[in-house]
Design a protein around this ligand. Structure first.
Ligand code: MG
Length: 344
């Protein structure tokens, strides 16, 4: 198997603001794995707050090479992914890139879609929320108009005046809202009061209301909350999920956090067995990665897979959107094909 990689800057259509920062572009490193004529692509997206950078990601790909290069078309998918995972305790995005590229190659070799590989029902078109970043009122209005096709909006909150933000949005739309606080609130009594107020405002759920370190406070809040509380930064992998202890009603699973499809399926299985709600989400990543996750939407209570809509230069066309739903191509593997030449 041959492995190649290249770095790529995804340009945001609008400056992308969350509670801690605003960005104009975001870096991904794409990989290509090839055996004979079977080619698979994967993506490691590297927002600075994840703590993974370009240099370390490429070093990890080089570290993984001795495991990948000898593979032939009869490779054991789960065995390889497990060995790659054991190379390091971190590099989750790099592992996710390898995981999705391996699934693509494996699916092509065996003429199987992802749902056929794992024996689950194929996901049809699924409603997804569309994210509105923190912005001025004028720009918020423009973004709400642009999201006209979408029936659920996800609002980035966590500022000092979130009530005013929601009230502004409510002047322009009555659509149900997901609110992502990105760890922005710290007082549990304030959080509970906000959750009650948000319910009155038609908010369906609130994501990562408090910092990761305030797990006990979140447990107190979740026990009393009138709407689901969803963990994002608090849960990366299955091991974090097992430590949740009721601190949240559900979790947001993202490939970049959890190391890929194999781990995501384990987390989904754990959630189903333990009555934990499932949101499938994405980072600021291209449709290469989002398309892979979109294959799993049949398992989700909430789908938040809109990242490919955020850019002017997505080099893949792995998903499309119609009437607020995400559509995936029914092809072997995960369906990631570049529309821009990335590799020689
Ligand atoms: Mg989030």
């Amino acid at each position: 198997m041959q492995l190649s990689y290249c770095s790529y800057l995804l340009q945001f259509r609008h400056p992308f603001g969350v509670s801690s920062n605003t960005r104009l572009s975001t870096l991904s490193v794409f990989i290509q794995l090839q055996i004979n004529n079977f080619i698979g692509y994967g993506e490691a997206c590297l927002p600075f707050y994840l703590g993974e950078n370009e240099k370390e990601t490429i070093e990890f790909f080089e570290q993984a090479k001795p495991l990948l290069v000898p593979l032939t078309t009869s490779f054991d998918l789960n065995d390889v992914i497990q060995k790659i995972d054991h190379l390091s305790l971190k590099h989750n995005a790099a592992k996710a890139a390898i995981d999705m590229a391996l699934h693509e190659v494996y699916g092509k070799i065996h003429s199987q879609t992802l749902s056929q590989i794992y024996h689950f029902k194929e996901a049809g078109p699924t409603l997804t929320s569309h994210t509105i970043g923190i912005d001025s009122e004028e720009k918020l209005v423009k973004k709400i108009e642009e999201a006209n096709d979408f029936s659920i909006l996800k609002i980035k909150a966590g500022t000092t005046n979130d009530k005013a933000l929601i009230e502004t949005i409510r002047r322009f739309t009555n659509k149900p809202l997901y609110v992502d606080v990105n760890q922005g609130w710290t007082d549990k009594h304030f959080v509970l009061e906000m959750l009650h107020w948000m319910k009155e405002q038609g908010v369906i759920l609130v994501e990562q209301a408090m910092p990761v370190s305030q797990k006990a406070d979140m447990q107190w809040v979740t026990e009393r909350s009138p709407i689901p509380t969803i963990a994002d930064e608090s849960v990366k992998r299955l091991s974090d999920l097992k430590e949740l202890n009721g601190a949240y009603s559900g979790i947001n699973i993202k490939l970049m956090k959890c190391t890929g499809i194999v781990e995501a399926l384990k987390m989904i299985n754990y959630c189903k067995q333990n009555n934990i709600q499932i949101m499938l989400g994405c980072m600021a990543e291209s449709s290469c990665a989002t398309g892979a996750m979109a294959q799993l939407t049949g398992f989700a209570d909430y789908v938040d897979l809109d990242a490919p809509l955020l850019y002017t230069n997505d080099p893949f066309a792995s998903v499309s959107y119609k009437n607020g739903k995400i559509l995936i191509p029914m092809v072997n593997g995960v369906g990631a094909e570049p529309i821009t030449k990335l590799f020689d």
